[in-house]
Design a protein around this ligand. Structure first.
Ligand code: C2E
Ligand code: MG
Ligand code: MG
Length: 283
């Protein structure tokens, strides 16, 4: 009896796995189509300086699935990488971001580069080719990488980083402080900027320890002549604390969520300044 019950369960799990696998295959197929038809888009989130002037934007990939709605990049980028679409996805994002960057000659454009993409042979050549194709200026482009992109494979990564810098790109270490190697990497690689992770920014104002940690990160960045930006800034209180600590560059919902390229055009046409409003619930 136990045996047949076990077998029944086995079949049940097999069916469930089969269904999950089919759903995943279907989603992969949809993503393939979306890339082919241009249905993945890039939104841009403004980045501001001390005077709330927009000085840059970060490109963030968006996929509105016809039946499943918005699928977050945290989900579909790994999906693309698992189903052999990683090259295509990487190139797609780069091409669009470079094309759009030409519209905003005064803005830095941040582009997220996955670890996989960074480590692929031919990545730098592909970028150089896209620069020629689009007329984009590498000095205007900031490649956002995470620790994972620098991890392991020492020689190859070093060469890639050096070549990217030679071409004129800036390198940004994203999610700074989340992993365990950020400190050794800013010493070993020619990074231009670090972005302090939201997990450090969120508790500012409620937690003195996190303020001390952020202050130490900012001092360290300055000592190493790195520029520093806070991400995930959501409240005026966080903004004020960050400025007092010496981190004036910021990105977050306090200023703007990611918006369309057209909305960035409109913002720049209106003077390119974002006055953060006091939170309605803070009063
Ligand atoms: P990330 O590079 O850390 O991007 C910042 C994420 O924080 C974005 O999420 C953004 O919408 C969100 N965010 C911005 N301001 C705030 C805020 O004030 N509060 C909160 N709670 N969140 C905020 P998103 O767009 O869902 O992207 C998630 C991650 O997916 C990105 O993290 C990046 O690692 C990856 N990603 C997005 N686009 C691309 C891409 O084109 N290529 C690659 N390789 N990765 C991408
Ligand atoms: Mg980023
Ligand atoms: Mg992140």
């Amino acid at each position: 009896r136990a045996k047949s019950e076990g077998r029944g369960r086995y079949c049940f799990f097999e069916d469930a796995m089969d269904a999950a696998l089919k759903a995943r295959r279907a989603l992969e197929e949809d993503l393939r189509t979306a890339l082919r038809e241009g249905a993945v888009r890039l939104d841009y989130q403004p980045q501001v300086d001390a005077a709330d002037r927009v000085v840059g934007v970060e490109a963030l990939a968006r996929w509105s699935h016809p039946t499943r709605g918005e699928i977050p990049p945290d989900a579909f980028i790994p999906l693309a990488e698992d189903c052999g679409l990683s090259e295509e996805m990487g190139r797609y994002v780069l091409k669009r971001a470079l094309e759009d960057s030409v519209r905003w000659r005064s803005l830095q454009v941040g582009i997220n580069i996955s670890a996989r993409q960074m480590k692929r042979a031919g990545f730098v050549d592909e970028l150089a080719e896209l620069l020629r194709e689009t007329g984009a200026n590498p000095r205007q482009l900031a490649l956002e990488i995470t620790e994972g992109a620098l991890l392991g494979d020492g020689e190859g990564v070093h060469e890639t980083v050096d070549r990217l810098r030679q071409v004129g790109f800036s390198l940004v270490l994203d999610d700074f402080g989340v992993g365990c190697s950020s400190l050794s990497y800013i010493r070993r690689y020619p990074i231009d900027r670090i972005k302090i992770d939201r997990s450090f920014v969120a508790p500012l104002g409620h937690d003195a320890d996190s303020e001390a940690v952020v202050a130490a990160i900012v001092r360290l960045a300055k000592a190493l002549s790195l520029s520093v930006m806070a991400k995930g800034v959501e409240t005026l209180a966080q903004r004020e604390i960050l400025k007092a600590i010496g981190c004036a560059q910021a990105q977050g919902f306090l200023f703007s969520p990611p918006v369309s390229a057209d909305a960035i055009d409109a913002l720049m046409a209106q003077g390119g300044r974002i006055r953060p409003l006091a939170e309605p619930d803070a009063a």
